[in-house]
Design a protein around this ligand. Structure first.
Ligand code: TXA
Ligand code: MG
Length: 320
């Protein structure tokens, strides 16, 4: 039986803390997407995450900290990383850094890698890390490979019965996962596009944000081709709608044949990419829970947050 408690409930945070201390899982909101949280120091608790999500064990988890001091207990923060922390934490930026020798993070959470992914989220996840005085590991709160949860209801649809508690903080603000960045010898490599755009990072740091070299060993192991997948088939860059398709639209332009659509969700009628990111997974999830078979997605610009949106859509449409 899964309980859903609103964050505004004065008992909510204490209940979550008690469950985490007991080695149990709690789904909770972050500013990006909902996370499925566990105590990073407990192998048994971390194992429950992989079980509940059906997640492959080679895919490491992100450690959520309450600030720089806690980050330094698990990771080596060099000058470049420090400047990123100063500018972008708390916020949707995850850094992949060398793990410290004395890290309290269980090796299962790191999938045996010598590096660790660290981020400081806004809100309850950071507060709970503070209460435990230890990082909290939290992948997105959805069955592995499926549409990411951006509301308590969506999380419940995917994980109900498999976890004791969901904290309900309303719809996620950002709506796509954090940007994952690997600062390395003065360079910045983006392992996953996300809630902070490439341009924003480049401008703030005065360094071009690069893509991983082909075949580089440092790509995010979770970057599998098929991911974020609804049950139905997803067709991208649809300029013309085929009769009976369920349409994800963007901006004021009407794709040809829109009158034949079975239903239309516009991610942002005004053409705002931030708004579109915030609405993306809710739209996919709505079509998914209606067991829709054919989804057509109108072209979405690739600038700014459009890079993360198109990345998620490409994976949602990938053959599986
Ligand atoms: O916004 C987010 O990042 C959300 C919220 C809940 O914080 N979390 C999230 O976690 O998206 P997850 O598990 O769905 O994605 C984590 C990604 C995976 O692709 C994983 O492979 C990558 O981070 N990752 C973790 N540790 C890594 C490491 N040491 N090196 C490279 N990639 C790593
Ligand atoms: Mg995920």
């Amino acid at each position: 039986q899964t309980e859903i408690l609103p964050l505004s409930d004065p008992e909510a945070e204490r209940r979550a803390e008690a469950l985490l201390r007991a080695g149990d899982l709690v789904a909770l909101p972050t500013e990006t997407v909902y996370g499925l949280a566990a105590d990073s120091g407990s192998g048994a608790a971390v194992a429950k995450i992989f079980e509940a999500k059906g997640r492959p064990r080679f895919n490491p988890l992100i450690c959520h900290v309450d600030g720089l001091a806690m980050a330094k207990r698990i990771a080596v923060v060099d000058d470049l990383a420090f400047r990123l922390v100063e500018q972008f934490w708390p916020g949707p930026l995850t850094l992949v850094l060398p793990a410290t020798a004395e890290t309290p993070v269980h090796p299962l959470a790191m999938a045996g890698l010598p590096t660790v992914a660290v981020r400081m989220p806004r809100g309850v996840a950071a507060r709970l890390a503070g209460r435990l005085d230890r990082p909290i590991v939290a992948p997105s709160a959805n069955p592995s490979g499926r549409v990411t949860g951006t509301s308590a209801e969506a999380v419940a649809r995917g994980l109900s019965g498999r976890i004791p508690l969901i904290l309900d903080g309303g719809p996620s603000l950002v709506g796509v996962e954090s940007t994952i960045l690997r600062p390395l010898a003065g360079r910045l490599v983006m392992l996953r596009a996300g809630g902070i755009s490439r341009d924003e990072l480049s401008a703030a740091m005065g360094v071009t944000v690069e893509d991983p070299a082909d075949g580089a060993p440092i790509a995010a192991p979770g970057g599998l081709a098929s991911h974020y997948a609804p049950e139905g088939r997803v067709r991208l860059d649809a300029d013309a709608i085929e009769p009976g398709e369920f349409v994800i639209a963007f901006g004021p332009d009407r794709p040809a044949g829109l009158e034949n659509a079975a239903a239309i969700v516009n991610l942002s009628p005004g053409g705002d990419l931030r708004e579109a990111a915030a609405n993306l997974f809710a739209a996919l999830s709505a079509f998914d829970s209606a067991r829709v078979e054919r989804i057509a997605v109108a072209p979405i610009p690739r600038s700014g947050l459009g890079e993360a949106i198109n990345d998620r859509l490409k994976r949602a449409a990938a053959p599986r």
